[in-house]
Design a protein around this ligand. Structure first.
Ligand code: NFS
Length: 655
């Protein structure tokens, strides 16, 4: 890994260096100036009532420290953890709620600019929800699907509907421990209630509740959001595009769509190709309108339309510093307050669009789904009007990398055999034969306390060298895109011999871009399909798969990590642990969680150790499943698509 740099994204690094020369400040500088408070950072600060904040520190803090109310360190640390998971779950799920309402209004005609694009997916989702589809219009089905989703948020009793999408064995584990979520909002509210002063005072009970709340995220909010987005805007298929901050164009009106909910961004994508909009931009002296994405909105519009991505979380301030952004359009989540400050130095307009996320010193154009396209046009015109204010200042970077994104679980199924023979069989067979050693999800944020993308990229390259297939979402996926790894050529250049063969046979990159952070639900679906396909055990916990968020910072990332643990997966987060202060809580996640749900959560700072632990976990699962021992270049059966007879033979050999 490169030392003494702020970012392994070389285009970002160029801007960071430029900014330094100009005396401009970025998150990287602030991270250096402002060290994290060691008490809060490790989970030892309680600020849930106004007798405090209480700092539970000292050599025997675990046993003897207490807040004014008497709360012990393990209670405080576990409460803090649960609150973070509840907040992350709330963010994903409130996003999902908005998506469900958009679907409802698209179905009833109240949001006339939206349509139901993927009828096949709509019917599939209706089937899962036991909603009849025979002789019904797509609008009628969509209305009932949307209403069913909306009801899931406030459901007070029973189980959330998508629990049944998990493998049977997994569902039983959840039922046994009483962690099946009832309704999404109900679990978030109860988590907040339990952590209120003087309620749940048992660290074990609190940490088990964190699993329950997180399941409302993974198998609730995130999964609903992915499904509704696919129904409204189409299920992703691979798209070629470009990545990096160099995607901005010197001679066009550059509009950055940044944030998370893809509804308005989809309308801007549509409107930006309208003749009227292009002519308008031309009337202002530009050659056209250039739309680029940022953060998870980037992932959404990249996956469905091939809109170039300017990158993830830490590229937002830098995007303004290019001097080329006429407007940066934001909605909710991961929007740095700092962008309005940077924008003061440039001509860039920061435009907020959600009543939930306003900013001082920004222009607000309220998004309204009833007149969505008109709002999109207004935004494009506002950006075009700003073109004349562009100066020659700015870092003016230009380098870009090619990227292929858009691997929905439906497409992954399809690519392994086409319309008729598509299944997860080839992937399972390749794993069983040792051609693919295992699968890791490398996901999550960037964090300016770590050189941007450096750990993401290092891990991903090491894993593919070791024949481990990498799937990715969120800013992790942005990282690999910018590094140029998300192309089929990467398989030739960097992958181990087994993984290379599989990638060559199908024509895919060895690192697959699965979408935004809510699309981590696609990984849950893939894992379930791998289990159902057979040969790799009967639960997600049996798969040779590991989840990693090496550069995380958001509460949402913690919610995601926790729902993977609850789903039986070994999860590794980079950085220090937010529960470091309490050995009781550390022990719960190290021993109690694995004992009860099979998944485990480690916080590991050293990237080499992350690799060692991951490969050890993968090989351990291979052994438990009695799969062929992984040896580089030595495989079992020599084919990617197997006949039934071959499959049986292979399964026997593996037993
Ligand atoms: Ni995910 Fe997307 Fe990025 Fe982290 Fe933020 S953009 S929802 S939280 S920073 S990966």
């Amino acid at each position: 890994m490169e030392k003494n740099i702020k970012s392994a994204d070389l285009v970002a690094e160029e801007i960071i260096v430029w900014a330094k020369e100009q005396g401009m400040e970025t998150a990287f500088d602030r991270a250096e100036k402002l060290k994290p408070c060691p008490i809060g950072h490790t989970g030892a600060c309680c600020k849930i009532c106004f007798m405090g904040p209480c700092r539970l520190v000292g050599p025997d803090a675990e046993e003897n420290a207490a807040g004014v109310c008497g709360a012990t360190l393990p209670v405080v640390t576990a409460r803090n953890y649960l609150r973070m998971v509840a907040a992350g779950t709330a963010a994903h799920s409130d996003h999902a709620r908005d998506m469900a309402y958009t679907l409802l209004e698209a179905a009833t005609g109240e949001a006339p600019d939206f349509e139901i694009k993927d009828v096949e997916k709509l019917k599939k989702v209706a089937g899962i929800l036991d909603i009849p589809v025979e002789d019904r219009s797509k609008e009628d089905i969509a209305k009932e699907v949307a209403e069913t989703f909306i009801a899931q948020f406030g459901q007070q009793k029973g189980e959330i509907a998508y629990i049944k999408r998990a493998p049977k064995k997994r569902q039983e584990i959840w039922r046994k421990w009483g962690i099946v979520p009832r309704g999404i909002d109900r679990e978030i509210a109860e988590g907040m209630h339990r952590t209120n002063m003087g309620v749940d005072q048992d660290p074990e009970n609190l940490m088990m509740n964190a699993l329950k709340v997180s399941l409302a995220d993974g198998w609730g909010g995130c999964m609903f959001s992915t499904d509704v987005t696919d129904i409204l805007f189409g299920t992703p298929k691979p798209q070629k595009s470009t990545a990096s901050l160099g995607v901005m164009k010197e001679d066009e009106v550059n509009i950055i769509v940044h944030g998370h909910e893809p509804t308005l961004a989809e309308m801007i994508v549509d409107a930006s190709t309208e003749k009227e909009m292009i002519d308008y931009a031309k009337s202002k002296g530009a050659n056209g309108v250039n739309l680029v994405g940022m953060c998870c909105t980037a992932n959404e519009v990249l996956m469905r339309h091939g809109i170039p991505t300017a990158g993830g979380f830490l590229n937002q301030e830098l995007s303004v510093m290019t001097g080329l952004a006429e407007a940066i359009i934001v909605d909710v989540q991961c929007i740095m307050p700092a962008i309005t400050k940077v924008a003061e130095t440039f001509h860039t307009k920061v435009i907020t669009t959600s009543h939930k996320g306003k900013m001082m010193n920004a222009q607000h154009i309220q998004y309204d789904e009833h007149r969505a396209k008109d709002v999109a046009r207004e935004i494009i015109k506002t950006a075009a009007d700003n073109y004349k204010n562009r100066t020659t200042g700015g870092s003016r970077v230009t380098a870009t990398t090619p990227v292929v994104a858009g691997f929905s679980h439906e497409y992954i199924n399809y690519m392994q055999g086409g319309s008729y023979r598509g299944s997860f069989r080839p992937l399972n067979d390749a794993i069983m034969a040792g051609r693919i050693r295992g699968v890791v999800g490398i996901v999550g944020c960037n964090n300016p306390r770590i050189a941007q993308d450096s750990i993401h990229n290092y891990l991903a390259v090491e894993f593919i060298k070791n024949d481990v297939l990498v799937v990715s979402t969120g800013c992790g996926a942005a990282s690999f895109g910018k590094a140029g790894y998300m192309t089929p050529e990467t398989a030739y250049e960097l992958a181990g011999p087994g993984l290379r063969e599989v990638c060559e046979a199908i024509g895919i990159p060895p690192m697959l871009h699965l979408g935004a952070c809510v699309d981590n639900s696609r990984i849950l679906t893939i894992a379930t399909q791998m289990v159902e396909e057979g040969g790799l055990g009967d639960d997600i916990a049996d798969l040779p798969c590991v989840g990693i968020a090496p550069e995380w910072m958001s509460e949402k990332a913690l919610a995601i990590g926790t729902y993977f643990v609850a789903s039986g997966v070994y999860v590794i987060f980079g950085s220090e642990s937010p529960v470091e202060a309490s050995s009781v809580v550390k022990d719960i996640k190290k021993s109690l969680w694995p004992e009860r749900v099979g998944g485990k959560l480690d916080f590991i700072q050293d990237p080499k150790e992350i690799i060692e632990k991951t490969l050890k976990a993968i090989d351990g699962k291979r052994e438990e499943n009695k799969l062929k021992k992984y040896e580089p270049g030595k495989f079992g059966a020599e084919r990617v698509l197997l006949s039934m007879a071959d499959r049986r033979k292979l399964e026997k050999a593996g037993q």
